[in-house]
Design a protein around this ligand. Structure first.
Ligand code: NAD
Ligand code: TYD
Length: 350
């Protein structure tokens, strides 16, 4: 791993991955390519932007010529592909953006890798980061394994499933050296406040309603984002080519239970009377096609690569809340402008 290209490195997970690699692999060059959509933010990387082994390139992976020139210029031997449209609600409102970035963008990267690596594929690696949502929705029992058949049910998960299929097709058809992982819900600092945890932290600070979809009975398996970055490091180095690794937190929470925990922690940290934040809970119209439950069997990545999550949920939520409280300027910046319009469209009708 001399020249590592990370896509989507200005986003939530990507920025933690970039930081992890820049700090750990000081002898390698890390190039972060990101379009800086609403979800991409260079403020996420101010602490490492001056490092000599780090370079940022603004660009759109949907532009095939740009992607080819990027490979030409930086000659990556390793690609860690995170760039994506990532929010289910936005995919319901505008599926096409997800087809463009998640499907076309991924295929552009695969084509560039195939072309540039055709003579010496052996020491190269294309690592595609995906989601557990491609497996569909579980009932009360069971876990997603790497063998679970794909059954994507939202435009977001359908676009990610499609990109996963293309990555595997390039392995089988052209021998492109690929590896994939499918991870459960991440949380932590720098997550855009459209996803459940940062949105609710933001609304609690502002004493705004907490819009719980349906009855709040949906279940997600939560993983602290830095643990995901460590798993990605293990998989890119030691994952078997052509294989998929499921990553999860062994940490299932019903939305309403998680929300109550968050309310309790925030009342304590904000010095508010117990129960203040719970009073903001508002049940709203359910998400269309809302998947009931996701939960990951992460035994393969544990058995083969020795990865297990290290941060407990209570610790992770506490660190996350502390980060948002200490970074009110970041929160103010990302919630000005277009965010207000998004919020109105998403929640006023519910
Ligand atoms: P995010 O929305 O926070 O960040 C996505 C980044 O990609 C942003 O910086 C954005 O500017 C960039 N981007 C979007 N379109 C682009 C384009 N056309 N060209 C270049 N850059 C573009 O997403 P995230 O939550 O950090 O997720 C990162 C990856 O991890 C995604 O592939 C997602 O599917 C996957 N994933 C996320 C989760 C989760 O819980 N957030 C869980 C499992 C997998
Ligand atoms: P989200 O963070 O959007 O992640 P995903 O849909 O990819 O799992 O949502 C997590 C859960 O929280 C999901 O069951 C939907 C629910 N949710 C709400 O109840 N209210 C909200 O405002 C949001 C954004 C999510």
């Amino acid at each position: 791993m001399q020249h590592i290209l990370i896509t989507g490195g200005a986003g939530f997970i990507g920025s933690h991955v970039v930081r992890h690699f820049v700090k750990k692999y000081t002898g390698s060059t890390i190039v972060n390519v990101d379009k800086l959509t609403y979800a991409g933010n260079l403020l996420n990387l101010t602490d490492i932007e001056q490092e000599k082994n780090y370079h940022f390139v603004k660009g759109d992976i949907v532009d095939g010529d740009f992607v080819f020139s990027l490979f030409e210029k930086h000659q990556p031997d390793t690609v860690i592909h995170l760039a994506a449209e990532s929010h289910v609600d936005r995919s319901i409102a505008n599926p096409m953006a997800f087809v463009h970035t998640n499907v076309l963008g991924t295929v552009n990267l695969l084509n560039a890798a195939r072309h540039h690596w055709k003579d010496e594929p052996d020491d190269k690696r294309f690592y595609h980061i995906s989601t557990d949502e491609v497996y569909g929705s579980l009932g009360d029992e069971g876990l997603f394994t790497e063998e679970t058949p794909y059954d994507p049910r939202s435009p977001y998960s359908a676009s990610k499933a499609s990109s996963d299929h293309f990555v595997r097709a390039y392995w089988h058809t052209y021998g492109l050296p690929v590896v994939l992982s499918n991870c459960s819900n991440n949380y932590g600092p720098n997550q855009f406040p459209e996803k459940l945890i940062p949105l609710f932290i933001h609304n609690i600070i502002q004493k705004k309603p907490l819009p719980v979809y349906g009855k709040g009975e949906n279940v997600r398996d939560w993983l602290y984002v830095e643990d995901h970055a460590v798993a990605i490091d293990a998989i890119v180095r030691n994952g078997k080519l052509g294989e998929t690794y499921n990553i999860g937190g062994h940490n299932e929470w019903k939305n309403i239970d998680l929300i109550r925990l968050l309310c309790k922690i925030m009342d304590e940290k904000l010095g508010r009377n117990p129960g203040t934040s719970e009073g903001l809970i508002t049940y709203v119209k359910d998400r269309a096609g809302h998947d009931l439950r996701y939960a990951i069997d992460a035994s393969k990545v544990k058995d083969e690569l020795g990865w297990v999550p290290s941060v407990t949920f209570e610790e992770g939520v506490s660190k996350t809340v502390d980060w948002y409280l200490a970074n009110d300027e970041w929160l103010r910046q990302v919630t000005s402008g277009d965010y207000m319009q998004y919020y109105r469209e998403q929640y006023e009708e519910r």
